[in-house]
Design a protein around this ligand. Sequence first.
Ligand code: HEM
Length: 506
Amino acid sequence: MQPKDWQKDFPVAEPQPFTQPHELPGPYGPPLIGHLLQISSEQSHLTLERWAERYGSLFQIRLGRSRLVVVSDHKVIQRILEQRPQSFRRNCVIEDRFSEIGINGLFTAEGEDWRRQRRTVVAALSRTRLASFFPRLKATTARLQRRWEGAADGNQLVDVCRDLTRFTVDVTMQLAFGVDPNTLETPGPVIQRHLEKIGPGLQRRFFTLFPYWRLIRLPPDRALDRAVKALDREVEVIIRATREHMAAHPGHGPTNFLEAMLMIAEHEGSNLTSADLLAHTSQLLLAGEDTTAYTMSWIVHYFTRFPEAFARIRREVDDLIAPAAALDKLEQANHLPFLDAFCNEVMRLKPVAPHMALETLEDTEILGCLMPKGTKLFVLLRYAATREEHFAGGDCFDPERWLPQPAGHGNQPHNTQAFVPFGAGPRICPGQHLAMLEIRAVLAMLCRNFDLRPVSHGKEVKEKMAVVMRPDHLHLRLKRRSLASSVPTCAPTAMAASRSGASHDL
Ligand code: HEM
């Protein structure tokens, strides 16, 4: 075996050179099932982070007969992420599970197929497209405001994740597919209700001994089947309408992702079938909605936990946009430094992707261990970001750390390389600018218009993995804020830049 020798660039002390994956340290797991019973699919990230604490930067686990190597050193992780798609890929089990339900797009694509799809998706989510999309985003934010005003007036409980998922579905579908489902103002079950069943259904299937559902469908599998069928029906209608619209308006350039895909298929005479289109479209929708909605939900949760910081963000928003009720111009989104600092800090502690499953595409050496081609890896993205050596006060919530520091504080560890909520390298999230715009628009509107009252029903808000990590049991009551008392009292605050490496300017 001829391992790649990139380890030279990143000398790390442990473990001894040229071990094999099966020689790495790791927790005890019984034969046959390995650690399957010790890792619950909904809490996988927490268990792996706990074991990283104990077994170090590189250790092994077994899921059934499959051995996985877990990596928590951030320099190695950066390098792995950068060496895609040629040397590493997503774990093939992920592609397999998505393909099986007919949802297979950029996230699960590899090699040349990935390169082609990536160009189209990046163009559809570019900053230029976002600028022209801003009026639609504003209108969708206004709908969310009306929905929450209704909830406040009726003293209704707000299911934060659900409402925010309706918002992100409306935004993603308008931007990427040019259709407006208006789930925010549609009563009863909407497309979002199907989408929310897909994540948990898939998550279960990542952590099973064998694909039993190919032999027998249990109730969760039937629920997943129903959700996928319902999603297919909805997306099919959209694809048909887009084809008809394009046929009626020939000669126009593509105005969204779906039109671009259809044009490429036509020009290249490619054999992109309707099923392929459905697969790509559905996966983009899935990639964009839960991630952004759950990130916003975590931030709202932290608003309730840190009322003083919430009040400070509110002052910042008031100073910037009052008397308006929400962001009015795209540029305003770049002038909320404390809100941005707060968001970064929440994403550091509660990233919706705390880990990622990958595999090697060639024989590779990692931290002195020889990994044959096909070795399955888990990289722990959150772990380094919560360590004292990278961020002073590791697991303490401190948004201030993201603002320029007074003289003398510059020596505190603040390693933005260890902060990768959107991934890194060539496969970094192409939706990050859209996501940050949505987050700022919604949270500015929330701070400006509502007071928040958390409702616990005796249940703690907990981390739960369903492909991405969501806050479980997050409910609120909202109260309308009296805007009369909230006009700015001083000139707009000076715009502090965020610390390098963590700015999300649009
Ligand atoms: C706060 C919100 C979001 C977070 C935290 C997030 C996070 C991530 C992460 C960690 C990855 C994996 C990156 C890697 O492999 O290095 C990813 C990939 C991806 N994201 Fe996002 N994402 C968000 C929003 C969005 C949005 C709004 C869209 C589109 C509408 C989107 C579309 C995608 C796609 C298509 C990929 C696959 C990219 C590829 O493999 O080339 N994401 N995202």
